[in-house]
Design a protein. Structure first.
Length: 179
């Protein structure tokens, strides 16, 4: 009988130890989940930080007009896309839709197609009449002025030309709606 009592106490102690270890693992998993959630909720930095002013630039649109930072109209949507970028390709229909809805029309939407070759012209043609379109290399004046870190990159400039919001996806921008 004493042997049975010792065995029961030993099994109970082992069960309690298992429970304590399991609770510790659960606590660590919750901490890990919280850390991952915080990391995923922070949007990736794709361009200048909110509150920044784009650097000076001089660039030419696809229709030959010279543009500088002073030419940025108030409340401008800027989009940087690159051919061969799968996520850019996914964003094209919604970007076209938002460009068509943007108050102020094509002057208030600047689309910069970043890259070289005939694919850039295909992308540029998609926005003819909807936006002011530029085609530049990755080291061009506009990607440099906006400190582009990846593609696609979308931003909204406020009335003073200050970056109001940025996003990796056009749907995440708080865009004004044409009335």
């Amino acid at each position: 009988m004493p042997l049975l009592t010792v065995a029961v106490v030993l099994v109970a102690a082992l069960g309690l130890l298992n429970l304590v270890l399991l609770l510790g693992v659960i606590r660590r998993l919750r901490e890990h989940t919280d850390l991952l959630s915080e990391r995923q909720s922070a949007p990736p930095e794709v361009m200048l930080e909110v509150g920044s002013i784009p650097g000076d630039f001089v660039s030419t649109t696809v229709d030959g007009r010279l543009r500088t930072r002073a030419d940025l109209p108030p409340m401008t949507l800027v989009a940087f896309i690159s051919p061969g970028c799968d996520h850019c390709e996914e964003q094209l229909p919604l970007l076209r839709e938002r460009a068509a809805e943007m108050p102020g029309g094509a002057e208030h939407v600047w689309v910069v197609v970043v890259g070289k070759g005939p694919e850039t012209q295909t992308y540029a043609d998609l926005f003819t009449g909807l936006a002011t379109v530029f085609v530049e290399p990755g080291s061009g004046p506009l990607p440099t002025a906006f400190a582009i870190k990846g593609f696609p990159a979308f931003g909204l400039l406020d009335e003073r030309g200050i970056v109001k919001s940025t996003a990796f996806g056009i749907a995440r921008l708080d865009l004004p709606v044409a009335r």
